[in-house]
Write a protein that binds this ligand. Structure first.
Ligand code: NAD
Ligand code: UGA
Length: 474
């Protein structure tokens, strides 16, 4: 679908975004920065979060992203606002982005697999109830294919006075590089209804992105292709990680080196070199939930082979996390009971404070079953967040069997590693490479075991110091 010449889109001057999270916060901040003539209001039901976004302490924003606080300093109070007055923001805006969470359902039909669309539905009902003019509603959240139809049904049946156009505009940013990704995306995808009104809505949104993104990068499709492309992109990305992680297990049995294999295959331009970093397993709020959702959709549409195919990406990911934990236990003479095991890193990747579905949580759980005394240090994750994650563990998310180990959280790495039996690297933070590893070795119990779940440390240097080092796929 390409832009028609005789379409005259409405000029957008007021935007509302429902959901002030990892997507809503950065995406809207960048729109506010690049379009100073547009007033952007981000709203949320979470009062604490909005207070943090509005707070004076810019080191205490709800999320950490490089470059974000500079944009907030520049635009907040000028054309960027954070508010809990959702009704007013909806009324004022011509265009409303929905950026609320779409987690995996934890109850009823589709439990553990389907996306829970209750927050999306609530937004649609609220928009329909309070709108006092026509609106363009933009799905920014990741949702199952054909969700736009649900939103449209709710809007059209709740409010008969005004016209609503639904666009799909999925977000492809990665946490840790959100601002960079938003400023210079590989592409922007806009799906809309194939009608004159649909095209006008698409072009109104395209005009916003055109302020800093070239036309060739703005793809226009039908709504269903756009919705499905988002799930497909995440499934393909996760699949690459599971593929390389599956190979890492084979490397460990054969003497091949996964980094050499990654390099060799990545230089094939058809394969490409990105996303071939073997690891302790992927985490993050989206890969698992989006693939589960894809599996569920495939199953319910009577496509079990497709469902089974994608399910294996998750099976390998779980295998990789378990394999890492089991290797720690078996290497430490088949038990970690009452042994100090230090985790360096808790976030699901570097440069973010997000811990959702982090591999660290799963590895911790496995070791706690074996009664380990786990000590954690992460440069950005707060003590409170780690405690919350562990409470979820002990609340029975994992069948209620949390073992009898202990967890201690540290504010710096040297106390965390003092007298430890073993260190496990769970996140690839750059600062880990700069530590005084001789000092850490000297203060550890011997033999000093080091399990590098991210392959970030210099193995030769560690071996020379005296560590017994284990890396992934080597
Ligand atoms: P998040 O949990 O960080 O933020 C969602 C926010 O929506 C929360 O602050 C919540 O309080 C708010 N909210 C929920 N229901 C609401 C309602 N009815 N009214 C007002 N506010 C409401 O989630 P996120 O990580 O920003 O993800 C949002 C969506 O974007 C998801 O669908 C996710 O799959 C998708 N996505 C996320 C990323 C990412 O990197 N996190 C990237 C691309 C796409
Ligand atoms: C991912 C996608 O990359 C984004 O395009 C997408 O918008 C987003 O999900 C989403 O929909 O939420 P994100 O989860 O923020 O972004 O981070 P990634 O960089 O993709 O990393 C995900 C996980 O895979 C991390 O745990 C990371 O450490 C791991 N990973 C990544 C590897 O183990 N190996 C790699 O080679 C790359």
């Amino acid at each position: 679908m390409s832009a028609s010449k005789n379409i005259k889109p409405a000029k957008i001057t007021k935007i509302c975004c429902i959901g002030a999270g990892y997507v809503g916060g950065p995406t809207m901040s960048v729109i506010a920065k690049m379009c100073p003539e547009i007033t952007v209001t981000i709203v949320d039901i979470n009062k604490e979060k909005i207070a943090q976004w509005n707070g004076d302490d810019l080191d205490n924003l709800p999320i950490f992203e490089n470059g974000l606080k500079e944009i907030i300093t520049e635009r907040r109070g000028k054309n960027l606002f954070f508010s809990t007055d959702i009704d007013q923001a909806i009324k004022d805006a011509q265009m409303i982005f929905i950026s609320v969470n779409t987690p995996t359902k934890t109850y009823g039909q589709g439990k553990g697999m389907a996306a829970d669309l209750k927050y999306i539905e609530l937004c649609a009902r609220q928009i329909a109830t309070v709108a006092t003019s026509d609106k363009i509603v933009v799905e920014k959240s990741t949702i199952p294919v054909r969700t736009a139809q649900t939103i449209k049904q709710i809007l059209d049946n709740t409010s008969s006075d005004f016209k609503f156009q639904i666009l799909s505009n999925p977000e492809f940013l990665s946490e840790g590089t959100a601002i960079k990704d938003l400023m210079n995306p590989d592409r922007v995808l806009i799906g809309g209804e194939q009608s004159k009104a649909g095209e006008e809505a698409i072009e109104a949104l395209a005009a916003i992105y055109s302020r800093w993104i070239s036309q060739e990068k703005i793809i226009r499709t039908n709504v269903w292709s756009s919705e499905l492309s988002k799930l497909t992109a995440n499934a393909f990305l996760a699949q690459r990680i599971s593929s390389i992680n599956a190979m890492s297990a084979l490397c460990e049995k054969t003497g091949a080196n996964i980094e050499e294999v990654s390099l060799a295959i990545g230089m094939d331009s058809r394969i490409g070199s990105k996303f071939l970093q073997a690891s302790v397993g992927f985490g993050g709020s989206c890969f698992q939930k989006d693939i589960l959702n894809l599996v569920y959709i495939s199953q319910t549409l009577g496509l079990p082979e497709v469902a089974h195919y994608w399910e294996n990406v998750l099976i390998i990911n779980d295998y990789q996390k378990t394999r890492f934990a089991q290797n720690i236990i078996s290497t430490l003479f088949n038990t970690v009971s009452s042994k100090k095991i230090t985790f360096l890193g808790w976030a699901f990747k570097k440069e973010t404070n997000d811990t959702r579905e982090s591999a660290a949580i799963y590895v911790a759980w496995e070791l706690l079953q074996d009664q380990a005394d786990i000590h954690v240090y992460d440069p950005k994750v707060t003590v409170d967040q780690i405690s919350r994650d562990l409470k979820l563990v002990s609340k029975g998310l994992f069948n209620g069997n949390e073992g009898q180990g202990t967890i201690t959280i540290h504010k710096e790495p040297y106390s965390a590693t003092y007298d430890a039996h073993a260190i496990a690297i769970l996140t690839e933070w750059d600062e880990f490479k700069t530590y005084n590893w001789q000092k850490i070795y000297d203060q550890m119990k011997k033999p000093a075991f080091l399990f590098d779940g991210r392959n970030i440390l210099d193995r030769k240097q560690l071996d020379t110091i005296g560590f017994q080092t284990y890396q992934i796929g080597k």
